[in-house]
Design a binder for this molecule. Sequence first.
Ligand SMILES: [Zn+2]
Ligand SMILES: [Zn+2]
Length: 60
Amino acid sequence: MATDCDVCGVRFDLVSGGVCTRCKKILCARHLHGSFFRRLLVDLGAPSVCVACRSGGARA
Ligand SMILES: [Zn+2]
Ligand SMILES: [Zn+2]
């Protein structure tokens, strides 16, 4: 199953990206996690909050 990133429009597999729990955008791994380390945390159970929400809050 594949979908498009709301930010960059790239087509990605839902396994690699996901939905931000804060802004509800569907995002590719790059825009949701930003880094491999962050993605690892989400894999381990951390809430998936996208790069924009983490850095700019509501302005994302
Ligand atoms: Zn993207
Ligand atoms: Zn977000």
